[in-house]
Design a protein around this ligand. Structure first.
Ligand SMILES: *Cc1c(COP(=O)(O)O)cnc(C)c1O
Length: 227
């Protein structure tokens, strides 16, 4: 049995952490990768309206199961795709994804525009320059944002994954993302996870993506997808 009461408690704790860091109207994206659909139900029951998933097949399977059971009026959450996007997965994802957070190259922009016209997107930026991370370079962001807008996508902001285990480097990266987004006229900044959400909120996050602080440790560690 998935412990929905514990999830509700953890959601309250995370909201308190966001508030303590000075966050106002920060959207909590509940990251349910590797967890069963009951985790999504529990997060929604606890008031989360945004769900994050990393893996195309897993998201499509869960969305199918949830749709079959149905949603109460107004309960259906927005699904955020937060994993590395492969072009050949965009088509299967298009019917179930609400917000595409990991748009990081032109072919992905064009594919989403074709399969999900007018979709809501974030452009993923690799602000730390770490080789193993996805995301465009900061100096490529303006062009990608313009391209996405040009093909009719709704660019809501920028997204990044913080440097792990180095709070100062994470802060510098988040500050850079916030400045870049603002300079491009974008409100949204999706940054901060369970371990660095306070830093991200202090630096102006509008969306934090939280998994383990809500649902506990992952057995199949989704962090491999951060690479
Ligand atoms: C897994 C994941 C998260 C959530 O990470 P936690 O440390 O469990 O909060 C956030 N963002 C992305 C892109 C992820 O892959």
């Amino acid at each position: 049995m998935f412990d929905a009461a514990a999830v509700a408690e953890h959601v309250a704790e995370v909201r308190a952490r966001i508030a303590a860091a000075g966050g106002h109207e920060v959207e909590l994206v509940a990251v349910t990768k590797t967890f069963p659909v009951e985790a999504i139900r529990a997060a929604v029951a606890a008031g989360c309206r945004s769900i994050g998933e990393n893996y195309a097949q897993e998201l499509v399977a869960k969305a199918g199961a949830l749709a079959a059971e149905g949603w109460a009026e107004g309960e259906q959450p927005e699904m955020h795709f937060i994993g590395h996007l492969q072009r050949n997965k965009v088509r299967m994802l298009a019917p179930v994804v609400t917000v595409w957070e990991t748009v990081d190259r032109a072919v992905i922009v064009d594919e989403i525009a074709q399969r999900a016209p007018g979709a809501r997107v974030f452009v993923q930026v690799n602000v730390s320059g770490e080789q193993q991370k996805h995301g465009c370079r900061p100096d490529e962001a303006a062009e990608l944002v313009a391209r996405a807008a040009g093909v009719g996508l709704r660019v809501e902001g920028l997204m990044t994954i913080g440097v792990m285990g180095d709070p100062d480097a994470a802060r510098a990266g988040f500050r850079g993302l916030r400045a870049l987004a603002t300079s491009l006229g974008l409100h949204g900044c999706s940054m901060g996870m369970s371990d660095d959400l306070e830093i991200a909120v202090e630096e102006g996050a509008t969306h934090v993506r939280i998994g383990s602080a809500l649902f506990g440790p992952r057995v199949r560690d989704g962090r491999r997808d951060l690479r």
